[in-house]
Design a protein around this ligand. Structure first.
Ligand SMILES: Nc1ncnc2c1ncn2[C@@H]1O[C@H](COP(=O)(O)OP(=O)(O)OP(=O)(O)O)[C@@H](O)[C@H]1O
Length: 631
């Protein structure tokens, strides 16, 4: 939360009142015991249990002590204890909240279940329970209220962390090899800080009331010490004789509680407690299914029989179902296919960023000659962190919003090369310059929100250049950008590739974009590769699905009076794929043969298709009908 937001919070009427009240309480807490501490303890046998008078504004208690002074002096104890119990609740809640992210999948689920169970108990009941366990007195009450408030805060942390854990910058940090603890404290918690601060303020108000409740019941502060709750209890005994004696501490509790709550609410309003939509399809990765060349000698990436599955009550589904993908050094490979065909998941699995709930298996999975199968050692993390660069789809979520761009870029160098902070930052400035960010020295010190979308994508490419990438995977890198910026980003990718010799995998649903940029195209449908071919052979695409995709791209010769070509039907859900060729229900050429699964088989040099009826004729100009498409 920036300075401006704090100012806005304080400028709102509610915020201003809350801030004024809190300031008054803070001043009272500091000065009241110093100025009136002794006077408040002074007994006056000549004025026992008196009502309000000019000498005693709120009257006196049973020992003749000035109630008004005691209420003022009790501010310090009441606020101090409430804040102490809030600090305990927040600390334990933070630990409970980050546990699922720190522990493995199973232990993490246990932590979530524990918090859910604890939240189900009313906090006041828990507080009473713990107050009895920890013993009667202020210390016991602080612990009791703190522990009782922890589960609710823990769940808040868990929920907020889960909401940001899928963001691209978290994936980027994971691929960069950032350790779990750093990931939590540098990338996750700072980005859920606002709702946590707001709720901590609200909790402080609640703790104040709870404390007053426990003291009132005699379970909190014990004589001779006193807080508002205790004064309230004492005053209540004589409410018919001197109502002010119980009303005054009661009002103090309510006002202070309100001050905290209103303060929290006004911050919440200003920060909007926004729940940014969790990005779907965190994007990245390659996939070049098993076609064309079985020669994997100079391959930077080899995946054979890659499967990504999810289990549910109704059984397992495999959105990626036996994909083969080989990417050679310096090569540009495009992966195309409709939404849901498994492009992103293939990429994520290769980068070891598949969702935790996914099961990834493969016959072979190698990056730069190193097998990734069954390995989770730091060496593999370092290899991927330094040699694999990812450019994500949404430039809004690619960077940690709470870290300056330069430091985010420098993180990779510091983690994997142990470079000093300055050295890493200097390299970040250099790389930002390389990807044509103007005034890189100044820009490196800015936050992501100060960059435009196109600049963020360029900075993302710059991040990939911090080491010497062997493979750059760009998953729909231009989808969220306008057309001119799209071109700039694609041009930059090409230039970077020429300069570094890195291989590039470009994932897109747009076959036209891919064909401009790539040498080889892999077409995916329903979790499998259905065709693989050099761009130069696109006009001789053999699979009806590839031909339908090409037919759906308008060009200069397309009749603008006619509606655009579409492919009839929709891809099957991963759990309901027809036996045999998954495209058959949408294909005009389908017959009985298509009930069996076709293997990816050579059609011509460098071209393979998984089809029982591969088309050998050249395609009509774009815009015409195609074998599988529907005009
Ligand atoms: N976390 C998940 N849990 C269950 N199923 C998932 C999960 N993520 C993806 N899937 C399934 O995998 C399918 C393929 O997803 P993927 O993101 O790889 O598709 P895509 O081809 O990249 O599409 P898009 O272009 O829309 O990103 C989805 O349609 C969905 O059915």
């Amino acid at each position: 939360m920036g300075r401006r937001q704090w100012l806005n919070a304080l400028r709102s009427p509610v915020g201003a009142v809350a801030a004024a009240l809190l300031s008054l309480l803070a001043v009272l807490a500091v000065v009241a015991p110093i100025i009136w501490g002794d006077a408040a303890d002074e007994t006056n046998p000549a004025a026992l249990s008196q009502g309000p008078s000019s000498e005693y504004l709120l009257g006196t208690d049973g020992l003749g002590r000035d109630i008004a002074l005691r209420v003022l002096v009790a501010t310090r104890t009441s606020l101090g204890l409430a804040l102490a119990s809030t600090a305990i609740a927040v600390s334990i809640g933070l630990v409970l909240g980050v546990l699922p992210a720190v522990l493995g999948r199973r232990a993490g689920r246990l932590a979530v279940a524990f918090v859910n169970l604890a939240v189900a108990f009313p906090a006041l009941l828990l507080a009473l329970f713990f107050a009895v366990i920890f013993g009667i007195g202020a210390k016991g009450a602080v612990l009791a209220i703190g522990i009782a408030g922890a589960p609710a805060f823990g769940r808040l942390v868990q929920t907020n962390i889960a909401a940001v854990a899928g963001r691209d910058y978290v994936s980027a940090a994971r691929i960069a090899g950032v350790g779990r603890l750093r990931l939590i404290f540098r990338h996750l918690l700072p980005n859920v800080g606002e709702p946590l601060v707001v709720n901590a303020a609200l909790m402080a108000g609640g703790a104040l009331l709870a404390f007053a409740g426990l003291s009132f019941l005699g379970l909190g502060v014990q004589a001779p010490a006193y807080d508002w709750g205790r004064l309230l209890g004492e005053g209540l005994d004589r409410i018919y004789l001197n109502a002010a004696a119980s009303l005054a501490p009661g009002v103090a509790v309510v006002v202070a509680g309100l001050a905290f709550t209103l303060f929290g609410e006004s911050i919440a309003k200003v920060v909007g407690l926004r729940t940014e939509p969790a990005r779907a399809g965190a994007g990245k990765m390659p996939a070049v299914p098993g076609a064309v060349d079985e020669d994997t000698g100079d391959a930077v990436l080899v995946a054979k029989g890659l499967r990504v599955g999810f289990s549910s009550a109704s059984g397992s589904t495999y959105p990626v179902d036996g994909v083969d993908l080989t990417v050679h050094r310096g090569e540009t490979v495009g992966i195309v296919g409709e939404s849901g065909s498994g492009k992103s998941l293939t990429a994520l699995a290769v980068a070891r960023l598949a969702p935790e709930t996914a099961t990834v298996s493969a016959d072979r999975l190698e990056f730069s000659g190193t097998s990734l199968l069954g390995r989770s050692d730091p060496e593999v993390g370092k290899l991927l962190g330094t040699s694999l660069a990812m450019v994500f789809q949404d430039p809004m979520t690619s960077f940690n919003p709470s870290m300056r761009i330069g430091w985010q870029l420098a993180e990779v160098t510091r983690i994997h090369e142990g470079a000093a902070r300055r050295e890493g930052f200097a390299r970040a400035v250099d790389r930002l310059g390389k990807v044509r960010i103007p005034s890189p020295e100044r820009r490196a010190r800015q936050y992501p929100h100060e960059y435009s979308g196109g600049m963020r994508q360029r900075a993302m490419v710059g991040m990939g250049l911090m080491s010497s990438p062997k493979l750059i995977i760009a998953d729909e890198p231009t989808t969220a950008l306008d057309v001119t910026v799209q071109r700039q980003v694609l041009r930059l990718l090409r230039e970077v590739q020429e300069e570094t010799g890195a291989a590039v995998v470009l994932i897109s649903h747009d076959i036209a974009v891919v064909s401009q940029m790539c040498e080889r195209i892999v077409v995916m449908y329903a979790g499998r590769v259905v065709e693989e071919l050099p761009v130069s052979r696109l006009s001789a695409a053999a699979h009806p699905y590839t031909r339908a995709l090409l037919g759906a791209v308008p060009d200069m010769t397309s009749d603008r009076e006619q509606p655009l070509v579409t492919i009839s039907g929709r891809p099957p859900d991963p759990g309901a794929r027809p036996p045999g060729c998954a495209f058959a229900p949408r294909c005009e050429l389908a017959d009985d043969a298509c009930r069996r699964l076709p293997a990816l088989a050579p059609v011509s040099a460098g071209q393979r298709a998984a089809c029982w009826h591969p088309q050998l004729s050249s395609l009509e100009p774009a815009g015409g009908t195609s074998a599988g498409g529907k005009a």
